[in-house]
Design a protein around this ligand. Sequence first.
Ligand SMILES: [Fe+2]
Length: 243
Amino acid sequence: MKNLLPLLIFPLVFALAFVSCQEGAGDASEDNNARSVSQVIHELADLPYAHDALEPHIDEKTMMIHHGRHHQAYVNNLNNAIAGTPLADMDLIDIFAEMSQHSMAVRNNGGGHYNHDLFWNIMSPDGGGEPEGDLAEAISSTFGSFEDFQAEFKRMGMTQFGSGWAWLIVDADGNLKVTQTPNQDNPLMDVVEERGTPILGVDVWEHGYYLHYQNRRGDYIDAFWNVVDWNAVSELYAAALSS
Ligand SMILES: [Fe+2]
């Protein structure tokens, strides 16, 4: 009997391992976390600063959930939507240019991934103040003054009904404009009215501010100016003009 014990135990262990794998596969098909991604095409980059670095203007908990859960979900869902299709080999900007030909899953999650990448990178704990140089001149000549630009940008954020974004864009003629888009649309997509290259954006989805500001979207946008990295925005402006 003693010699038969391994013969009885090994099949049992193997069977338990097999059942465990099957349960894991079931979980993966039901949620949006990393286990469900069948092909890693796009990846979530680390934040360029600590989660608490934008305090007190944007709180640590909001940043952790916003980046680690919301943005991660957009990345995972985008990968799932394009895996095994020709879109898996395309740059997001090229996909946006023909957005009307693709699914809502690609539109929502591709936009979600791109928009949040931009958002994290135009903010900095060393941000705030005003732009300098060519961008400052362009803002003044376009909107009248920096304060007038801020007011118009905030108005776009405040009047975006429901979830969406307010943008500063460079249009095809090299002019600055402020615009708004619903959901995760952005000005690069052929489905929006006012198209251009976004160089600044503020996320006015409630997930971006509700924990700290509740329904005070205006206070959130006012605080946003304290963390805008104008050096990064200026670089995007120069790149947009030269493209
Ligand atoms: Fe967001």
